[in-house]
Ligand binder design. Structure first.
Ligand code: ASP
Length: 359
């Protein structure tokens, strides 16, 4: 009798301790007002569909609805896997497939064109649990470059493969190969013509014009549109991925930040998962994604403070864009220094938030 009572006393104490801890952590608020998920059963998924000159005045209600629907569909694809107990890697891959397959975003179908009229795609993925990573750059016929990046991570001893070699590897890994024409969209083609035209006018005006003019970046219709996702699964594992066609009118062979681990993508279970979007050269030079993780690891900064601090550095160098960050406790930050950034979150309870413009 005495023994049973003592046991139930301990059980009650353990229950009280457990519930008081849970309610405390669950009530913490993130920088964006989303409930934090220190409890690892509170999985979350954050996505972006690119940052850039996205102004409400330039949007039609139909366009806005189409972007919102695509972002929502992408969030739901990853969420349904997380809910079944699948890994954060599976969730971000499925999420990014939806965005790559949509012509609305600059990744997979709908990718922007290089100066000589080609689609050269870059992607990367990172596993926060093992610090394993994979990336491909300059691929022209892999339908879903994020899966090629994952294959490099899981089926090779390498981290990054480029061009025809990466394409050969993707085919051998059983991924879907398409004709390069699959990626064509009329609007991106028009975007290239416009960028080339602006580029030549600006070059005539400014003989000193360096990167900005040569990249056609001053074309303010250049809404970047890269895609990315970061997820935290119910085992507390973070994963991040980014996929892009790069920048309109980029030079043949140019590689941006999206496939560079530590610049456009990073994930570490001890700190944070990050996916960036913006003017890639500045993100590479600022080593953005790893810098955020380092500030959190070495300086104990919050995800919101670390992300903002690093984005400010990008801005001071002259770069623009944004990023999504999800820390090991489920706190989210989505800063950007452009007019807008397509972005969204879904929490364990299935609550979806999709945003496009500045708050
Ligand atoms: N960061 C990408 C790149 O420079 C572009 C983007 O985010 O839209 O390739």
């Amino acid at each position: 009798m005495h023994f049973t009572l003592k046991n139930s006393w301990w059980a009650a104490l353990a229950f009280l301790l457990a519930t008081s801890c849970t309610s405390k952590t669950n009530n913490e608020q993130t920088s964006t007002g989303t409930t934090a998920a220190s409890d690892t059963t509170k999985y979350v998924l954050v996505i972006h569909g690119g940052a850039g000159t996205i102004l409400k005045k330039d949007m039609t209600p139909e366009k806005e609805a189409a972007y919102t629907a695509a972002l929502t569909q992408a969030l739901q694809a990853g969420y349904s896997l997380l809910k079944q107990g699948k890994s954060s890697l599976d969730a971000i891959e499925a999420t990014i497939h939806v965005l790559e397959d949509s012509p609305l975003f600059n990744a997979g179908k709908g990718a922007v064109f290089t100066h000589d009229g080609k689609n050269e795609l870059d992607a990367s993925i990172m596993d926060g649990k093992t610090l394993g990573a994979g990336a491909v750059a300059g691929v022209t016929n892999v339908r879903n470059p994020i899966s090629a990046a994952r294959a490099v991570m899981e089926k090779s001893e390498h981290v990054m493969m480029v061009g025809p070699g990466a394409e050969k590897f993707a085919k051998e890994a059983g991924l879907e190969i398409v004709a390069p024409a699959y990626f064509f969209t009329e609007s991106r083609w028009e975007g290239l013509q416009k960028a080339i035209q602006e580029d030549s006018t600006k070059s005539q005006l400014d003989h000193d014009g360096k990167t900005a003019l040569k990249m056609g970046i001053l074309n303010k219709d250049n809404k970047f549109g890269t895609v990315g996702a970061v997820a935290l699964d119910n085992r507390g594992n973070l994963a991040a991925g980014t996929s892009t066609g790069g920048m309109t009118n980029k030079k043949y062979g140019r590689v941006g930040d999206a496939p560079i681990i530590g610049a456009g993508t990073y994930a570490n279970n001890q700190t944070v998962g990050i996916s960036c979007t913006g003017w890639g050269e500045f993100y590479i030079r600022s080593v953005v994604a790893h810098d955020i993780s380092a500030l959190m690891e070495y300086k104990n900064l919050s995800v919101a403070d670390a992300s903002q601090q690093v984005l400010d550095k990008v801005g001071k160098l002259g770069g623009d864009g944004g990023l999504i960050a999800l820390d090991k406790n489920g706190r989210v930050a989505t800063p950007f220094n452009t007019e807008g950034m397509y972005r969204g979150t879904i929490t364990a309870d299935g609550k979806i938030e999709v945003k496009i413009y500045k708050e």
